[in-house]
Design a protein around this ligand. Structure first.
Ligand code: GUN
Ligand code: ZN
Length: 677
C-alpha cells in the first residue's frame, strides 16, 4: 500500500509526501534518469548539488549486463548506484519499443521479480508502448496486453512498491478503460506511458487530453507519473493536471545535441551570444567560453545547466501550489511556444474537470493571464454557486452596475451601496457586472470576487462570458424592473443586451440611479441580509436561516466597516476571514449549523475511538474518516462528528470528501475550534 499524503492542492495538483523504504520525498518531483554504468553525474551529486530527491534507472539494462546484474543481485541496486536514497526502476518497455526488441527478449513477470530482487523502491510493470502511428485496434490490443501483464505482475513485487502504467495512445476511451482497470488493481503508483513521441513532436495538446482521460479514473491516493516528460516547460501544466512524478533523460539527451533546456523552451548553444540563465554554470562563463570547451566538458556543463534548470522549475511548481498560483505559472509557461498555448486552450476548455479538486477558500489573487482566466475553476464555481445559492432571487428592481473590476466596490459605488443598504432585498438587488461575471453586492468580498485582477480593456472571450453569465443570473431571478448603471468601462459592450433584450433602463449618473430606487425601508437589516447570503453561499439555504435567529448580532469592524463576527447571546458563532470573505464557524456556530439541519455534504464522520483527540483540538486524520460526502470539496468549512453524531469540532477540509475516505495518511480536517477548546 502506497504511503502518499496531500499537504496542499491547486487545480488537480497536489503538494504531497511520498514515503519509500529509502526515505520520504516531496511531490511533485522530478527523477533524473541515471545509467547504472556510465552516469556522468552520480546520484549523490544529483541530490547534494542539484536538489533532487530520487532517481530512476533501468532494470532491463541492469539485467542484460552481467556485471551490473551480478552486483545488483548480490548487493542491491542501491549499492550498484552508490546511492542510499529512493530509487525507482523502469522495466525495459521503452527499450522494447525504441529498439524494436523481440517479444521474448523480456519476460514480464521475471522483470518485475528482478526489480524486487535488486531492492528497487518502486518497480514498473512491462507495459506495452504503442506507437502513435498505428491504428486504433492495434493500440487496443496493446492496452489489453498491458492489462494482462499488470494482472500477472501483482503479487510478485514483495516489499517493493509497484507502478502500473496507463497506455492507450491518443485514444481517450482506451486511456479511460486502462486507467479504470489498473485503478482497481493493487498498484502504488500509476505512470501515464506512451507520451514520449507526443513530446518529441510538440503535441502537447494531445498530452493534455491523455492526462485528463487517465486522471478521471485513477485512484486519488496514488501518485501519477508522467513517463518521459523531462522538459521543464511542461512541468507547470502537467502538475496542474495532477501529475506527481516526472523523470528526465532529457537533461542528458538535449546536452548531447548541444541544446539547453529552459522553463520557457529550448535553445541551441550555437545560436547564443549570451547565456540566458542564472544557474552556476551560466553565471560562471560566457557563451563563447562554453562553445569553446572540449566536447565532453561542454556536454557535461550543458547537462548540469539542464539539471539546474529542471530542478528549479520543479521547486517553483511546488511553491506555486502552496501559494495557489499554479494556474498563473502554467499560463505564463504556455506562452513559450504556440503548441504549449494550444495545450493550455485545450486544458481551459476542460477546467470543469479541475473544479472538483481545486480547493475553495484560497487567499491568493487571480491574475489575468489571457482569455483562459475567465474559465478558471474558482470563477466558474463562484458563478454556479451564485446561480444555485444566491438567496434573493425575487425582487422588484435589479440594479446592475458595470464595473471595471477595480476593487473594492465600495470605493467605486459608495453612494449607491449606501442607498441599497437602506432598502430590502425584496425591493432592490444590486449586482456588479465584472470581468469575472456577476457579483451580487452581498458577496462582494468573497474570493475570488474581490481578488480578481483584470486589465481595463478586456478580450472578446472574456466579454462574451460576461454576457453569458449575466444572462444566466437574470434567468434565475424574478423582477419587475431592471436598471443598468453604465460607467464607461470596457465591459459595457457586454451589457448592451440588457437594454436590447431585457428592457433595462440605462442610467449614466449615480445621483440619477438613487432617484430611481424603490422607497426606503424602515427596517435596518443590511448586515443580516449579507450574512444570509454568505451562509447560503457556503452551506446552502438551510444554513441561511441562521441569519433570522433571535438574539443574533452582526458585529462590524471599526476600521473597515466590513462584517467581522456574528454573535448570538453574546457568543461568537461565525467570523469572517478578511482574505477570503468567507465565514468560519466557532464550535457554537457548528452547533447552530446542525440545529438548522446542515446538509450532510459538510459533515465528516470519524471513528468514535478517536473522538477525544478531535474534541481536544487535534486534526482529524484521513485514516479515521468513516464517511465524507463525495460532494465535499477541499477548503470547505466543515463539521467533524463521531459515529454517534456528536459534534467534536469544526475546521477546514484539507482534501475533498472522496480523498478523505481513500487516503490512509495525512490530515482530513484541520480543526479550528473543538468541543473542549
Ligand atoms: N518510459 C517512457 N515512456 C514509457 C512508457 O510508456 N512505459 C514505461 N514502462 N517506461 C517509459
Ligand atoms: Zn544555466
Amino acid at each position: 500500500m502506497a504511503d502518499f499524503e496531500i499537504r496542499a492542492k491547486d487545480g488537480l495538483a497536489r503538494l504531497g509526501r511520498f514515503t519509500t523504504k529509502h526515505g520520504t520525498v516531496k511531490t511533485p518531483l522530478l527523477m533524473p534518469v541515471v545509467h547504472p554504468g556510465k552516469s556522468a553525474i552520480s546520484p549523490r551529486m544529483l541530490v547534494d548539488e542539484f536538489g533532487f530527491q530520487m532517481v530512476i534507472t533501468n532494470s532491463y539494462i541492469i539485467k542484460s549486463h552481467e556485471r551490473f546484474r551480478n552486483k545488483a543481485l548480490s548487493e542491491g541496486v542501491h549499492a550498484l548506484l552508490d546511492f542510499d536514497g529512493p530509487i525507482m526502476t523502469d522495466s525495459g518497455t521503452f527499450q522494447m519499443y525504441f529498439h524494436g526488441l523481440a517479444e521474448e527478449e523480456i519476460n514480464p513477470v521475471e522483470i518485475v521479480e528482478f526489480q524486487r530482487d535488486i531492492g528497487s523502491d518502486i518497480g514498473t510493470i512491462l507495459d506495452v508502448f504503442s506507437d502513435p502511428t498505428v491504428r486504433k485496434s492495434k493500440v487496443e490490443e496493446d492496452v489489453q496486453k498491458s492489462l494482462e501483464r499488470a494482472k500477472i505482475s501483482i503479487g510478485r513485487q514483495g516489499e517493493m512498491l509497484l507502478a502500473g502504467t496507463v497506455q492507450g495512445g491518443m485514444y481517450t476511451d482506451l486511456r479511460e478503460k486502462a486507467a479504470k482497470a489498473l485503478g482497481a488493481m493493487e498498484f502504488d503508483v500509476h505512470p501515464i506511458g506512451g507520451v514520449v513521441p507526443f513530446m518529441e513532436r510538440y503535441r502537447y495538446a494531445d498530452i493534455v487530453k491523455i492526462i485528463l482521460a487517465s486522471k478521471k479514473h485513477l485512484p486519488p491516493e496514488r501518485p501519477v507519473h508522467l513517463f518521459g516528460c523531462g522538459h521543464p516547460m511542461l512541468f507547470a501544466q502537467a502538475t496542474l493536471l495532477g501529475c506527481d512524478f516526472f523523470d528526465s533523460a532529457s537533461y542528458a539527451k538535449f546536452a548531447e545535441s548541444g541544446r539547453m533546456l529552459l522553463p520557457t523552451g529550448t535553445v541551441h548553444l550555437d545560436e547564443l551570444t549570451e547565456l540566458p540563465c542564472d544557474c552556476p554554470i551560466c553565471s560562471s562563463m560566457t557563451a563563447d567560453e562554453l562553445k569553446n570547451e572540449g566536447k565532453d566538458e561542454r556536454e557535461l556543463k550543458l547537462m548540469k545547466h539542464n539539471l539546474y534548470v529542471s530542478s528549479s522549475e520543479m521547486r517553483r511548481v511546488r511553491q506555486a501550489i502552496v501559494e495557489g498560483n499554479l494556474f498563473e505559472l502554467a499560463a505564463y509557461r504556455a506562452r513559450g511556444h504556440p503548441t504549449l498555448y494550444q495545450a493550455l486552450q485545450v486544458m481551459s476548455e476542460e477546467y470543469q474537470q479541475l473544479e472538483y479538486d481545486d480547493p475553495i477558500g484560497k487567499t491568493s489573487a487571480i491574475f489575468y493571464t489571457g482569455p483562459e482566466t475567465t474559465k478558471r475553476p474558482e470563477i466558474t464555481r463562484f458563478h454556479s454557486r451564485v446561480l444555485s445559492r444566491y438567496p434573493y432571487t425575487h425582487t422588484n428592481t435589479i440594479l446592475i452596475v458595470s464595473d471595471s473590476g477595480l476593487r473594492p466596490f465600495f470605493d467605486t459605488s459608495e453612494i449607491i451601496i449606501k442607498e441599497v443598504r437602506k432598502r430590502q432585498a425584496r425591493d432592490i438587488v444590486l449586482l456588479f457586472a465584472t470581468p469575472m461575471g456577476v457579483v451580487p453586492w452581498e458577496l462582494e468580498h468573497v474570493h475570488p470576487a474581490q481578488q480578481c485582477l483584470f486589465p481595463e480593456k478586456l478580450d472578446s472571450e472574456t466579454l462574451s462570458m460576461v454576457s453569458e453569465r449575466t444572462k444566466a443570473v437574470l434567468e434565475s431571478m424574478k423582477y419587475q424592473r431592471g436598471i443598468l448603471f453604465k460607467r464607461d468601462v470596457s465591459i459595457d459592450v457586454a451589457l448592451n443586451f440588457l437594454v436590447d433584450e431585457y428592457s433595462f433602463d440605462t442610467i449614466l449618473v449615480a445621483s440619477e440611479v438613487v432617484n430611481q430606487l424603490p422607497p426606503l425601508s424602515n427596517e435596518d437589516s443590511w448586515t443580516k441580509r449579507k450574512l444570509r447570503a454568505l451562509l447560503t453561499y457556503q452551506w446552502g439555504s438551510r444554513a441561511g436561516n441562521i441569519a433570522s435567529l433571535d438574539n443574533l448580532e452582526v458585529v462590524l469592524s471599526k476600521s473597515t466597516g466590513k462584517i467581522r463576527h456574528c454573535k448570538k447571546d453574546d457568543e461568537i458563532l461565525f467570523t469572517v476571514v478578511p482574505t477570503t470573505g468567507l465565514l468560519t464557524p466557532t464550535y457554537q456556530g457548528g452547533v447552530e449549523l446542525l440545529g438548522v439541519g446542515l446538509e450532510d455534504t459538510y459533515k465528516v464522520i470519524i471513528d468514535t475511538d478517536v473522538s477525544e483527540f478531535v474534541a481536544s483540538g487535534k486534526s482529524a486524520l484521513a485514516k479515521f474518516v468513516k464517511t465524507a460526502s463525495t460532494g465535499l470539496r477541499a477548503g470547505e468549512e466543515v463539521l467533524v462528528l463521531d459515529e454517534e453524531q456528536q459534534l467534536l469540532g469544526v475546521g477546514r477540509a484539507q482534501i475533498n470528501g472522496r480523498e478523505m475516505t481513500r487516503f490512509k495518511r495525512g490530515v482530513a480536517v484541520q480543526i479550528r475550534h473543538s468541543r473542549q477548546r
